[in-house]
Design a protein around this ligand. Structure first.
Ligand code: ZN
Length: 89
């Protein structure tokens, strides 16, 4: 049951886990210096720097999962990833 949920979660990811990890690191680093301005500005900067092609799809995915600004992306997505992916290890 749990394994199935994990597999489905992984399948739903619009970019690779590695890219998400990079995004989290990027946000962590930058949110220390700049407060979240209630937008996805840093997240969008990351797309541009890393030439993520399906940025729109990723943004929709993030919003579906409760990430409406940079700090929410960081905290809510890390929670999700912990719940679904780190359990596997
Ligand atoms: Zn925020």
């Amino acid at each position: 049951m749990q394994e199935k949920a994990q597999a489905e979660f992984e399948k739903s990811l619009p970019i690779s886990r590695e890219d998400f990890q990079k995004l989290f690191d990027y946000l962590e680093e930058n949110l220390e210096e700049n407060n979240c301005d209630n937008s996805l500005a840093l997240t969008k900067q990351f797309w541009e720097t890393n030439q993520i092609k399906n940025a729109e799809e990723v943004e929709n995915w993030l919003k579906e999962n409760g990430g409406f600004c940079d700090c929410e992306v960081l905290y809510k997505m890390e929670e999700l990833f912990e719940k679904y992916i780190k359990l596997k290890i």
